[in-house]
Design a protein around this ligand. Structure first.
Ligand code: ATP
Length: 246
């Protein structure tokens, strides 16, 4: 994996998406300061310089796009396992958040995909840009700006950030190779073991409107959330929906 560190940029995801055509192989882009970090559906990811890790990894998959639906969840598992190596206990909130003490400590944003078509009719290759923001500290002013309680892995702030970044990259590389080989299904038990809201009542909302309510039971091999509601079990695809505790 090639590695670039920049002092400041708008969004590491946007930067890599703009460079996919010229990439020869996987590239990790780390920004010391990110000024226009992105969340899903146009939401923003805010961070203070020196108080977070913000990075994106561009990775090429030889799998069809629909095989990538579980990817944000596999990345969450990878981040959680790496943080556990440093004694930071976290849990996963479907579909794309890493939680500490019930509050978001890291976010994952995956954007695809430049498609390279093969002449011989094989599946096209897909580039995924995997963005991660991890709070190492949370200044009050930043929390006020975010407007909701958030967590920081303050323990990690004492570490050399290069060591943490290297551990995250090692974990991610292994995760992505395994995902490419086996798909999401091998991550299902690991995700479910880290599930923050297992057995709890939750609501699935889309821009404030409640779409489904039920008891969260974990995820299936496509990364869909299994929800036991009054009409039995349903499987919810991530799309742009969010989860709320009911
Ligand atoms: P939700 O967290 O409401 O379920 P989501 O998971 O879809 O929504 P994302 O789009 O992944 O959210 O992330 C963007 C949201 O995360 C922002 O709208 C903001 O509420 C929150 N946020 C922004 N910056 C941070 C940060 N540094 N730490 C924790 N949360 C943040």
């Amino acid at each position: 994996v090639a590695l670039e560190v920049v002092p400041e940029t708008g969004s590491t995801n946007a930067d890599l998406l703009g460079r996919l055509d010229s990439l020869q192989g996987p590239l990790l882009l780390v920004a010391e300061k990110q000024t226009a970090g992105r969340g899903r559906a146009g939401r923003s990811w805010l961070s203070a310089p020196g108080a977070s890790l913000t990075f994106s990894l561009a990775w090429k998959f030889n799998r069809p796009l629909q095989a990538l639906t579980g990817l944000p969840l596999a990345v969450g598992v990878s981040i959680a396992q790496t943080l556990q190596q440093f004694d930071v206990r976290v849990a996963l909130k479907w579909p794309n958040d890493v939680m500490k003490d019930g509050k978001k400590v890291a976010g994952v944003l995956i954007e695809s995909a430049a498609v390279e078509r093969h002449a011989d009719g094989q599946d096209p290759a897909i580039w995924a840009v995997i963005g991660v923001g991890l709070n190492l500290a949370m200044p009050d002013a930043l929390e006020a700006q975010i407007g909701r309680p958030v967590a920081a892995a303050t323990w990690l702030a004492q570490l050399d950030r290069n060591i943490l970044m290297a551990a995250l990259l090692n974990g991610l590389t292994e995760t992505l190779q395994q995902f490419e080989r086996d798909g999401f299904k091998v991550f299902v038990p690991r995700w479910n073991a880290l599930h923050a809201y297992a057995g709890q009542g939750v609501a699935i909302v889309d821009r404030g409107a409640v779409l489904h309510q039920g008891i969260a039971q974990g995820v299936d091999a496509m990364g869909r959330l299994l929800l036991d509601g009054s009409n039995g079990r349903i499987a919810v695809l991530a799309g742009d929906v969010s989860l709320r505790i009911d």
